[in-house]
Design a protein around this ligand. Structure first.
Ligand SMILES: *Cc1c(COP(=O)(O)O)cnc(C)c1O
Length: 365
């Protein structure tokens, strides 16, 4: 059986060595030594002034929205071609998700369609670097500057990606990474906010720990979103091997490209100019191919290969958003077309090239 992904892990002994001192200190969570070390190592690796760690990426997004202190009930422009977390973070924080269409080149927000969605209630843009493809970061910043909007990137897919030598962590007001087990870099569950604004460091540290500032007061009505020491230890181990893992992904990725390019009706993810990728996902769009996406999905499944229909359904087509005035997949026709045709093939560092060959043979029949 081959799943769409398989978690990267260090050698067992490397992890047990890393967590041994937790048995001596009995300090298991609440910003201990592992948490501090991982934070510093990520700031260095990502070249980002500030990294705040979280127990998962979703709560990082919710904390970003609460730290920015945006007007209640405001509208946030985002795309429906993403994981549920992006839209949910907006809605659960009391904002209204406004769905912008994507462009067919990189499946990211189509910046030419943002201005027509801006109203006097718009407070922010939350774009997603889908599949690790970088958004048009300059275009988005120019739009945000023109309309005075905050920009929070959902960079869950973009760990290790850089654009003209600048890390994906360094754009917008804040960027969120997910360190979930299925992502390129994992801390089992986990996430981070990356940002340059010095003012947010203390606030975010408090918000993820019930809003507690010191011994004598609770300043904010915060939740609990702390990363624990075992998660941080896994991150320290996995970060040691991140370049090798991305390198192994690249080999698998390139074999897919070799076998699937030039086939009529099969569109592959296009490389982006000036971007160093992380080979996080291998999306294939079946448009005008002799078999439909669902046919290919089923045939792979019969062979024990579990691809995923990422991202289908669109968030603006999901029942939980049906009562939102912005719902309706027909309002984002490009995203709707891709969502009906896209399949994400298995891709992970240890995927055998023989398996890639087999997957491609099934697709080509
Ligand atoms: C994984 C993911 C998240 C959420 O991350 P968790 O760490 O699982 O909470 C958010 N957005 C996108 C696009 C994701 O893929």
């Amino acid at each position: 059986m081959i799943n769409v992904t398989r978690s990267s892990m260090p050698e067992f002994e490397e992890y047990t060595d890393e967590i041994r001192e937790l048995w001596d200190s009995r300090w298991l969570t609440n910003m201990g030594v592992k948490h501090k070390r991982l934070q510093a190592e990520l700031e260095a690796y990502l070249g980002c002034p500030h990294v705040t760690l979280y127990t998962n990426g979703h709560l990082a997004l919710e904390n970003a929205l609460s730290a920015l202190n945006l007007p209640e009930g405001g509208e946030i422009i985002t795309t429906p071609f993403t994981f549920a977390s992006t839209t949910h973070a907006i809605a659960r924080s009391g904002f209204v998700p406004v769905f912008c269409d994507v462009n067919p080149e990189d499946y990211n927000i189509d910046i030419t369609k943002i201005p027509e969605l801006v109203t006097d209630k718009t407070v922010a843009i939350m774009p997603v670097h889908v599949y690790g493809n970088m958004c048009d970061v300059d275009g988005i910043q120019a739009t945000a500057d023109e309309y005075v909007l905050r920009v929070i990137y959902d960079a869950a897919h973009a760990f290790g990606v850089s654009c003209r030598g600048k890390s994906s962590a360094c754009f917008g007001d804040m960027s969120m990474f997910s360190f979930h087990a299925t992502k390129v870099f994992n801390t089992i569950e986990g996430g981070a906010l990356c940002y340059a604004g010095d003012d947010w460091v203390l606030l975010l540290d408090q918000l993820k720990n019930f809003g507690i500032g010191g011994q004598d007061d609770v300043e904010y009505i915060g939740g609990n979103a702390k990363m624990n020491e075992f998660q941080a230890a896994m991150g320290i181990c996995n970060l040691r091997h991140i370049e090798r893992e991305i390198g192994k992904r690249k080999i698998v990725y390139e074999r897919y490209i070799e076998r699937l390019s030039g086939i009529p009706g099969i569109q592959l993810n296009k490389p982006q100019a000036d971007v160093t990728p992380n080979y996080a996902y291998f999306p294939v769009v079946f448009d005008g191919y002799k078999y439909s996406r669902d046919d290919v999905f089923e045939r792979l499944k019969e062979n024990g290969i579990f691809a995923r229909k990422y991202f289908y359904p669109l968030l603006n087509a999901c029942s939980c958003y049906k009562d939102f005035p912005t719902a309706g997949a027909e309002k984002t026709p490009v995203a709707a077309r891709i969502a009906d045709r896209v399949l994400t093939l298995p891709l992970y560092a240890d995927l055998a090239l023989d398996d890639v060959e087999r997957i491609c043979e099934i697709i080509r029949d």
